[in-house]
Design a protein around this ligand. Sequence first.
Ligand SMILES: Cc1cc2nc3c(=O)[nH]c(=O)nc-3n(C[C@H](O)[C@H](O)[C@H](O)COP(=O)(O)OP(=O)(O)OC[C@H]3O[C@@H](n4cnc5c(N)ncnc54)[C@H](O)[C@@H]3O)c2cc1C
Length: 379
Amino acid sequence: MSKRILIVGGGLAGTITANGLCRQLGGALGKGEVSITMLGNTDQHMYQPGLLYIPFGAMRETELFRDQRKVLDRRVNFLLDPATNIDVDGNKVECQSGKSISYDYLVIATGSRIVPEEIPGMAEGAHWFYDLDGARKMRNALAEFDGGKIVVNVNAPHKCPVAPLEISFMLHHHLAKRGLADKTEITYTYPIGRLHALEPVAHWTSAEFDKFGIKSETFFNAKSVDPAAKTIESEEGSTLPYDLLVTIPPHRGAEVIEASDLGAGGWVPTDRYSLNREGSTNVFVVGDTTNIPISKAGSTAHYEADTLVDNLASLVLEGRTARPYDGKVFCFVETGMDTGTYVWFNYETPPNPGPPSKMIHWSKLAYNRLYWLSARGLL
Ligand SMILES: Cc1cc2nc3c(=O)[nH]c(=O)nc-3n(C[C@H](O)[C@H](O)[C@H](O)COP(=O)(O)OP(=O)(O)OC[C@H]3O[C@@H](n4cnc5c(N)ncnc54)[C@H](O)[C@@H]3O)c2cc1C
């Protein structure tokens, strides 16, 4: 009987997994021995890292989107029908249309979502760039900004752990170019006792922030925002005034994960090496939605998906898995409007950011375009 692979979520991890499986299982797909179905809740694929550039007008909105069908291998049966319940005991997924889809292997790739509404006043008083609407509003606010106090407030958990650093550096350089550096004070807040979850990145950030006069406050867990008074208050009792508040809102996993009781906060308990959902041999989890204590990043999602493709193809064809995920992550980091650096690390090797250069910034810009090849599995 044909083996049915079902992928829930057509973002970065789901798409790379689907396209990779088509490449590796081409023969079996051709003979009808395997089928690959994807459930999505949008027909547009968004390149989320591009959102970073929208507030500065440095990327056009149209560059962020492609038709999901065109990004996917034509052998993937893509259904625009959001999953409403994932039944891992019954090996089936219920959809918004009322359909129930059974599977032999399930890949959960439903990502994460921002929940600014969880902090009183944040949705009304803060700006963010973690979705398109937010990035557009931030672009307008920045265009009107003519100096004053900017607070960059980071909440956990959140995806792309380097984006808050990037936005701080980019704000500084963008405003300096507009002649507003002397009239602007940027304060970055972070919930734990250093500037970044990864210790070497925290040390590096501290030195880089000093170069540009970016201030910081650690142990700052946002409690509430007062949009009328233009202040943000922390659980620790600190109150910061702002003229422009840029927040990285807290995140949760997809609603369907919580509705299906698959993990607190929408994060699915996942084996960090095999990427199996804990307790299931035929359910795998990739991308932001795992509970693995590692950066929630496109790069993580990509390397996890590559590993899963090898393992799932081996399972289907040979009844064995191929290799463990080693925790590899590689992220470019913008350190201004025209310089950048990068970090890479895995479960064994800590990150070690190097000196910024224009060349690394250009490499990041190049990758922003090459992403579409990467998602199709051509890079
Ligand atoms: C501003 C910004 C900058 C970033 N910069 C970087 C960067 O420089 N480098 C980097 O590595 N990462 C970066 N990221 C993070 C990266 O984009 C994410 O980590 C990555 O997209 C995660 O992939 P994913 O497949 O897990 O989730 P997503 O790409 O979010 O995909 C999840 C998909 O699941 C779908 N879905 C959800 N619920 C359902 C349902 N019930 N039924 C069907 N489908 C569903 C969603 O619609 C979505 O299409 C950035 C993110 C942002 C917002």
